[in-house]
Design a binder for this molecule. Structure first.
Ligand code: DX5
Ligand code: ZN
Length: 235
């Protein structure tokens, strides 16, 4: 049964909590149904993980899948590039309908130029940090960011265990954004579940990617609401 859930929770700055199901864990034989279910369940974004087999060991999708998902939903498409030389894909992904492109600082030696190019193409510009990459790395470029993604697992696979020190790192990221007066979204990705989401919400994250927790739930729509509710009640 498809129910419509109205999102309500907000973070400490009054920004709406956003839940971003990751299609990495969806059933690709019924992708249209899975996306419709996320939309009806109140998802705010659809997260699409692009992996190249080099930056991370796994291989996933390219422009064709982004374009397919674009046709299936009106929700913003939050595209996470776990690839080397991400700039090779910006034009194709923007043309395929990506709303935001997030690149890894570890794969982007010319971050300023790369973020500028993403914005020129009309997309929101995001930077992701691997678990071992210090938040201070992006200190000089905070003003350019529309989104900061703090990885809470080592990127490459869905269904991994949340890294325990992540809330402290998210808190440092929140301090950095606030100190610079940045309104960038603060996103977390990896191992987000009912058990872990409140910790990173309390630390200052406001955008939550979840794959396994949503798509392996008996009722994925209810799970989206449950994740959001954890943020509403445990500050
Ligand atoms: C991991 C990806 C994630 C992944 C999260 O490298 O970036 O987006 O789908 O999956 P879960 O929520 O299952 O940890
Ligand atoms: Zn991701």
């Amino acid at each position: 049964m498809i129910r419509t859930v109205r999102p309500q929770s907000r973070d400490r700055s009054g920004n709406r909590v956003r839940i971003a199901p990751s299609v990495l864990s969806a059933n690709f034989a019924r992708l249209a149904d899975d996306i419709a279910m996320c939309e009806a369940g109140g998802a705010d974004l659809i997260h699409i993980d692009v992996m190249d087999g080099h930056f991370v060991p796994n291989l996933t999708f390219g422009a064709k899948v982004i374009e397919t998902v674009r046709r299936l939903t009106k929700l913003p498409l939050d595209v996470h590039l776990m690839v080397e030389q991400p700039e090779k894909y910006f034009e194709d992904f923007a043309a395929a309908g990506a709303t935001g492109l997030t690149i890894h600082v570890e794969a982007a030696p010319h971050l300023h130029r790369q973020l500028s190019r993403i914005k020129e193409l009309g997309c929101a510009a995001g930077v992701a940090l691997n678990p071992a990459t210090p938040v201070e790395t992006i200190g000089d470029i905070v003003a350019e960011l529309d989104l900061l993604l703090v990885m809470t697992v080592n990127p490459g696979f869905g269904g991994q265990e949340f890294i325990a020190y992540s809330p402290d790192k998210v808190a440092r990221a929140r301090s950095l954004l606030d100190a610079e007066g940045s309104h960038a979204a603060l996103e977390v990705d990896g191992g987000i579940s009912r058990r872990t989401i409140a910790q990173v919400y309390a630390a200052g994250a406001n955008t939550f990617v979840a794959g396994h927790a949503i798509f392996s739930a008996r009722d994925p729509q209810k799970e989206i609401a449950a994740l959001r509710a954890e943020c509403g009640t445990k500050v």
